[in-house]
Design a protein around this ligand. Structure first.
Ligand code: ADP
Ligand code: ZN
Length: 611
């Protein structure tokens, strides 16, 4: 039974099939353009709502919408989700049986399919395109379109052949979609997919529901466990640099009572698939992973992404943190960063076998990331500025906005720090320099004779964390420089910068963390105040709804979010609808889901009302 009549009105399809009351951002314009037969390139962040941009037009136009996607693992999920909403969808890829594929073809020829998902290999191989010529095609959607770009991080040669679609199906609109905002990639997509005559739609890359929290790293394990303390039972991803660190952090989290699993390329594929499956199906699993994890994860209810090591670039940071909060509910991007990470990352770059030009690019990317981490202005403003987007006001939802630290005159301690660098011979790292300034009586300090220097013990006005922060900031300001060999040592920056400070001719303002005692108090207060959480009308009711969803999902062997998204359950709990009519007004409940689950949900609500 077709849910939407052909040539139906997009707003009606949105409401009746998907259960949403309004298009988001540029969706309405994109959908109207494609329904009219126009081609387009759509740039939208992860979680921005790309799928509806081709799903709705496919239902409004005559014929089947053909969606090309490289992520076979996700196809079945998309198809299942569409079927749950009553849409006639199928997938054709190497994971599909021949029989399923021939069923799909038969349905397509009979005009009984709204959407078909195809891997690029299938679409371009064999006689697929020839056969497709005999079918009404509503549109072609090319998902993950950045795969056509050789500059990008995810080039797939077969994507280049998608240019053929323009020639073979000149009357069929093509819509290419990606979450990669980089202008060079964008131009390449337009060129290679022959989209020159189409329109380019750019959504804001802001993810307002993600809270950015950056922390100075002193003990990443302790800091991570403290951060997760208030987040038990939430799904999340922890990114670490290396396989060994992944294994170690996963073990640490398990020991702290979290349901944590490791994921990296060194594990055998069976164990990896199982980890992935657990993460998708359960709602409280924490995956500790290298960057090998993420592509093709579209779990909507990831509540946090934590970095215990610096990512490779600001782009990588944005993509990785973007996996949090796709459902639009509050989520956190947390990162512990330390100056100690930087020399190591620099060494990785220098020792790679990239060309010198490429190495310069990589160093530049790292600079941008360090600048972001060291900055004292709103994180979101900086992040968006990096993608060429201006946010007029500070966001109010990042550590800088939420935890304003006073910037104050730090000229005197900066002079002490510079002089400690100079007097120890410009070859030690921040950790040792802080030891000297704090007057530490360690074997190393004594062996080097640093206890006899005039700077030994002169830094009592700041504590260790404050000194570390000071060193990071004056490196960022160019007063100190990492040694070119990348051993982590610091030397003085250019004379014209350093001398005025040493002579007392230039004041330096820095934003230092509060003293340790104050930090502990704030931490307790933050914990008591509660992290951003799902604001439900009734916690018990929400729990009951989740339990009902879990049982149903188990029985059907699908991830819970295919039944209903968290957002939908939260809204049901808050509104507590008494009739089908009221229930149908809830976000995410279209006609098919109302039909299928409406009575069960209303019965559960009635029972709960009676107590
Ligand atoms: P993307 O592919 O861009 O990462 P999706 O298409 O998966 O994003 O959409 C992300 C989430 O937002 C999904 O849960 C989707 O149902 C929801 N969504 C998209 N558009 C709307 C809308 N207009 N109203 C409400 N929810 C929407
Ligand atoms: Zn901010």
């Amino acid at each position: 039974m077709p849910v939407a009549g052909r040539m139906a009105d997009p707003a009606r399809v949105l409401r009746e099939v998907f259960g949403y009351s309004a298009f988001r951002g540029p969706q309405a314009e994109i959908v109207a353009h494609v329904v009219d037969g126009g081609s387009a390139l759509v740039l939208m962040p992860t979680g921005g709502g790309k799928s509806l941009c081709y799903q709705v037009p496919s239902l409004c136009r005559r014929g089947v919408g053909v969606v090309v996607s490289p992520l076979i693992a996700l196809m079945q999920d998309q198809v299942d989700a569409l079927r749950e909403a009553g849409v006639r969808a199928a997938a054709i890829n190497s994971a599909q049986s021949l029989e399923d594929a021939s069923d799909a073809w038969r349905a397509m020829r009979a005009g009984e399919l709204d959407l078909v998902y195809v891997s690029p290999e299938r679409l371009l191989g064999g006689a697929f395109l020839q056969r497709l010529a005999e079918v009404d095609v509503a549109l072609f959607a090319i998902d993950e379109a950045h795969c056509v770009s050789q500059w990008g991080h995810d080039f797939r040669p077969e994507y280049l052949q998608l240019a053929a679609l323009a020639e073979r199906f000149p009357g069929v609109p093509r819509i290419a979609l990606t979450a990669t905002a980089d202008p060079r990639t964008r131009d390449e997509i337009v060129l290679r997919l022959g989209l020159g005559a189409g329109r380019v739609f750019v959504a804001s890359f802001d993810r307002p529901n993600i809270r950015y929290l950056l922390r100075d790293k002193d003990d990443a394990k302790r800091q991570l466990i403290a951060f997760l303390e208030d987040r038990r039972g939430e799904a999340g991803i922890v990114y670490a640099r290396s396989r060994s660190r992944v294994d170690r952090f996963a073990a640490d989290l398990r020991e702290a009572g979290h349901d944590a699993i490791a994921y990296h390329a060194g594990m055998e594929s069976g164990a990896r698939a199982e980890a992935l499956d657990r993460f998708r199906r359960d709602s409280g699993v924490v995956v500790v992973a290298t960057i090998a994890f993420g592509m093709g994860i579209d779990k909507p209810d990831v509540r946090f992404v934590a970095h215990v090591d610096l990512p490779k670039s600001l782009e990588a940071y944005y993509q990785e943190t973007g996996r949090a909060g796709r459902d639009g509910l509050p989520a956190v991007a947390w990162m512990a960063h330390g100056a100690g990470d930087v020399p190591l990352l620099r060494r990785f770059i220098d020792e790679s076998d990239a060309s010198d030009a490429q190495k310069r690019v990589e160093h530049g990317k790292l600079d941008a990331l360090v600048g972001f981490a060291e900055a004292s202005t709103c994180r979101r403003q900086l992040l968006l500025a990096h993608f060429g987007e201006r946010l007029a006001e500070p966001c109010g939802n990042c550590d800088v906005c939420l935890e304003p630290a006073r910037s104050s005159d730090a000229t005197e301690p900066v002079r002490k720090a510079l002089s400690a660098v100079y007097r120890t011979g410009e070859r030690f790292g921040a950790a040792h320099l802080v030891d000297v300034l704090l007057g530490a009586d360690t074997e190393r300090v004594r062996a080097l004779g640093h206890d006899r220097l005039t700077v030994h013990g002169v830094g009592g006005e700041l504590d260790r964390a404050q000194w570390r922060s000071l060193f990071r900031q004056i490196v960022a300001a160019g007063l100190l420089e990492p040694d070119p060999e990348g051993h982590g040592g610091l030397r003085l920056g250019p004379d014209e910068k350093v001398r005025p400070v040493l002579r007392g001719e230039r004041r330096v303002e820095l934003r230092l963390p509060p003293p340790a005692a104050e930090r502990r108090r704030d931490r307790r207060r933050a914990a008591a105040g509660g992290a951003p959480s799902v604001d439900a009308g009734d916690d018990d009711l929400l729990a009951a709804l989740k339990a009902w969803r879990r049982d149903l999902a188990r029985a059907q062997g699908v991830p819970p979010y295919l039944v209903f998204h968290d957002r939908t359950l939260v809204e049901i709990a808050a509104r507590n609808p008494a009739t089908r009519e009221e229930l149908s007004g809830v976000t995410g409940i279209g006609r098919a889901k109302l039909e299928r689950h409406g009575d069960a949900v209303l019965a559960l609500l009635r029972m709960h009302r009676r107590g």
